[in-house]
Design a binder for this molecule. Sequence first.
Ligand SMILES: C[S@@+](CC[C@H](N)C(=O)[O-])C[C@H]1O[C@@H](n2cnc3c(N)ncnc32)[C@H](O)[C@@H]1O
Length: 288
Amino acid sequence: MSEICKNWTQWLKQNRFAGQTPEMIEQTTRWLEAVRDVILVYAEIKPYETVLDIGCGTGLLAFKALEMQDCQGKVIFSDAFQDCIDDCKKILDELGITEGFELLKSPVEHIALPESSVHKAVMRSVLVHVVNKQPAINEIYRVLKPGGKLCAFEPVIRSNTRYWEILNPAFIENYTDFKNAENEIMENPMDSLCNFDENTLKTNLEIAGFSRPEVKLQEVSSSYVVQPNMVREWFINPPSPNQPSTKERFLRYFDEAKVEKYMQDVEAFLTGRQINLKTNAVFINATK
Ligand SMILES: C[S@@+](CC[C@H](N)C(=O)[O-])C[C@H]1O[C@@H](n2cnc3c(N)ncnc32)[C@H](O)[C@@H]1O
């Protein structure tokens, strides 16, 4: 467990915004709402349906689904971690919502629901934290009713811009060592964050039984000027509460002094510079 981030709700409320300017936080928030809305439009949520939000976190999808149903159906807030369930319950209480929902502490690999019990399963950025995707997708298929839909979004980190692509080797000591290490990290089959792409997900969905699942790749380009401290924050903040930070990953290859020097070089090179980044993601729309 990271010292910097104790649990998922802390990560969702604080760590994911680490190093971002207020303007970037605003942009990220708007982007999250846009992603949420695409997932829920795909899901075609209707009143009286049972909607399962898998890995609900602080309820980004589930609260909007509740609103769309006007609390006249059943939205199941499910997550593997109790802090997320507790946080959603707190918000529900604050909003005075007493019906139209259920809370379920359950991992996606073993969803504590009967077979064919859910009309729609919605999910954002959850499989990216699950090492073995196939059993999780099989389980989602199991709980969906025939004709039910899985609508989801997952980042495809493996094909994002890598550090070495935005650095100039002339300014970075041990550039090749770190380039090789970064490539190895990104291709580790046991790392949930990068052991998949749009093609493997499509295959997982087909194996589970979804017929002709839609897996739409979305490539987003962004461009901004790197602010002071941003680089350090990228390196020390974990991608989730259970995962090592980028710095900790590099420490598996090199000693502290070498990693620190690399971080200093990267910081000195990038700070104040305009960078262009490519971030890939997929939208899934699959029917049982
Ligand atoms: C990046 S957060 C996304 C939260 C929320 N879906 C959203 O869009 O804001 C990932 C979520 O997946 C949950 N999670 C991680 N591993 C899980 C698993 N094996 N089963 C179910 N949920 C899991 C975490 O607790 C966290 O809430």
